[in-house]
Design a protein around this ligand. Structure first.
Ligand code: GLA
Length: 383
């Protein structure tokens, strides 16, 4: 990959880039909508990355070369958001850096990516973090990894209007090849890495249902979680976030909150618990029981959090019937996007084919499948 982006840069700008950075997409394995509730997630970086080759230039005009085309970006116009334009992510990044007092030089860059777009693998976080790393090298920006994740979150929250948590950028930065990361979004750290069970693979099935979280109910879900938490805080001031709420405490406060907010909180509290149990099960090598937690998580998304859709439900239903799969669930924000399936490695190819065929005859629609590898986090390749 990095070779390709370097070649592209050299063919367009006729010299070697000063720096090459790569950042992966991510998969949320367990722990849905827990991140902005200061909870736990089991996630991983995928093998697919977004790569950026960059050199600084004089002045204020930047060029990003992608797929044979020049995209311009003026440092004088970073506050101007153009609806639907992917450069908004870069503008947002520059705005967030400016807020933190960093001046950024203009640049020429080439961009390539193998992270599928709008598919729940967080292509936007990969884009943000790849550019963040390139800009960091070129401008000598000194920020901690959690702060880089916050910069990316700021892009989503403030520039794009999506009130997302830290999961996507954090996983893109902290991912480790061949391991799942157990993340704590209160302390913003990796608590431990958990090996992927030998002989098992994660298969992504993309419903191709447009997954545009900015226009979805994502922010409403977050609001519901905050309302549920505020209702609990009235009698339990020690509670700072849903992370502090046990299933028993939630039940005890059930009548103090709106029933819909209760259902949303039930999902989040359940997910935190499933992450903890899931980590223990994986460490004990009990893949079958871990898989059941994935199914439970999906059921809770479908019923309590209502962030599934018929296409995702169909895929998870089929996962119960096709041999070789221990568990499946929607992954990421939801409302479309992808499901993940934990599948026996030697049956993974066959599983994908069977899932595609069964899904097509069930719904008349097609899906894309990817057998995922676990990649490293964001990195500088040269520079
Ligand atoms: C999206 C958001 C994340 C996280 C997940 C759901 O990917 O960007 O912050 O909330 O949804 O777990």
């Amino acid at each position: 990959m990095s070779k390709k982006v370097i070649e592209m840069f050299e063919s367009r700008f006729h010299h070697a880039p000063a720096v090459v950075a790569a950042a992966p997409g991510r998969l949320e394995i367990l722990g849905n909508h827990t991140d902005y509730n200061e909870g736990f997630v089991l996630s991983m970086a995928v093998g697919q990355t977004t790569d950026v080759a960059m050199s600084p230039v004089e002045g204020t005009e930047c060029i990003i070369y992608e797929n044979g085309k020049d995209y311009s970006l003026s440092l004088n116009e970073i506050d101007i958001k153009i609806p639907g334009d992917w450069r908004n992510y870069l503008k947002g990044l520059l705005v967030e850096l400016r807020k933190r007092g960093f001046t950024v030089k203009a640049f020429h860059a080439a961009l390539t990516s193998t992270v599928p777009l709008s598919a729940g693998m967080s292509s936007s976080a990969a884009l943000e973090m790849a550019f963040a790393y390139a800009l960091k090298e070129i401008n000598g920006i000194d920020l901690s990894l959690p702060d880089w994740a916050r910069v990316g979150q700021g892009v989503e929250n403030n520039f794009m209007g999506l009130k997302s948590g830290l999961l996507d950028q954090f996983s893109s930065l902290y991912g480790q090849a061949n391991a799942l990361i157990h993340c704590d979004f209160r302390t913003v750290e990796v608590l431990q890495t958990v090996s992927m069970p030998a002989g098992w693979k994660l298969v992504v099935a993309n419903t191709l249902v447009k997954h545009n979280l900015v226009e979805s109910d994502y922010n409403l879900r977050r609001q519901s979680c905050e309302k549920a938490c505020a209702a609990i805080q009235k009698t339990n001031p020690e509670v700072k976030a849903l992370r502090d709420v046990s299933p028993a405490l939630l039940e005890a406060c059930r009548n103090a909150m709106d029933p819909v907010d209760y259902s949303r909180a039930l999902h989040v509290v359940g997910e935190d618990d499933r992450v903890m149990r899931g980590v223990d099960l994986l460490k004990a090598g009990d893949v079958e029981s871990f898989g059941k937690l994935l199914f439970e998580s999906h059921e809770s998304s479908r019923f309590n959090f209502e962030n599934s859709c018929p296409e995702l439900d169909a895929l998870v239903e089929l996962a119960h019937t096709i041999p070789g799969c221990a568990g499946a669930r929607l992954s990421g924000g939801g409302f479309g996007g992808i499901s993940i399936h934990l599948v026996k490695e030697d049956m993974a190819e066959q599983y994908c084919e069977r899932l595609k065929t069964a899904y097509e005859s069930m719904t008349g629609k097609t899906i894309d499948t990817i057998i995922c590898s676990i990649g490293d986090g964001a990195r500088i390749i040269t520079g």
